[in-house]
Design a binder for this molecule. Structure first.
Ligand SMILES: [Zn+2]
Ligand SMILES: [Zn+2]
Ligand SMILES: [Zn+2]
Length: 102
């Protein structure tokens, strides 16, 4: 029996580790390539910067560092807060003159 394209296993050419998803393999290859210098102490996932690692760790710990000053909604990722703030701006709830810190 022939296996279909979608059932074909993905594996790392360097260490033969097998992955179920293309994304999983991609993350893993990053480790070999040294792209991800920071690793999550909880699940070992690699990240290229401390800010992204920090945001990811928040998903494990439930700590949300970024808080909307308009409605007090909390976010794990700064990016999420920023896109949330855009909504407030679109609704005229905050002046566009207010700069986001950081
Ligand atoms: Zn590998
Ligand atoms: Zn993790
Ligand atoms: Zn808000």
């Amino acid at each position: 029996m022939e296996s279909t394209e979608s059932e074909r296993q993905l594996f790392c050419k360097l260490c033969n580790k097998i992955f179920r998803s293309r994304q999983g393999l991609k993350n893993h290859m990053g480790l070999h390539q040294g792209i991800y210098r920071y690793h999550c102490p909880y699940c070992g996932k690699g990240f290229s910067g401390t800010w992204s690692l920090k945001g990811h760790i928040a998903t494990h710990t439930g700590v949300r560092e970024f808080k909307c000053h308009v409605c007090n909604k909390e976010f794990s990722y700064k990016q999420h807060l920023n896109s949330h703030l855009k909504l407030h701006r679109a609704h005229g709830q905050i002046s566009s003159k207010i700069e986001e810190s950081g």
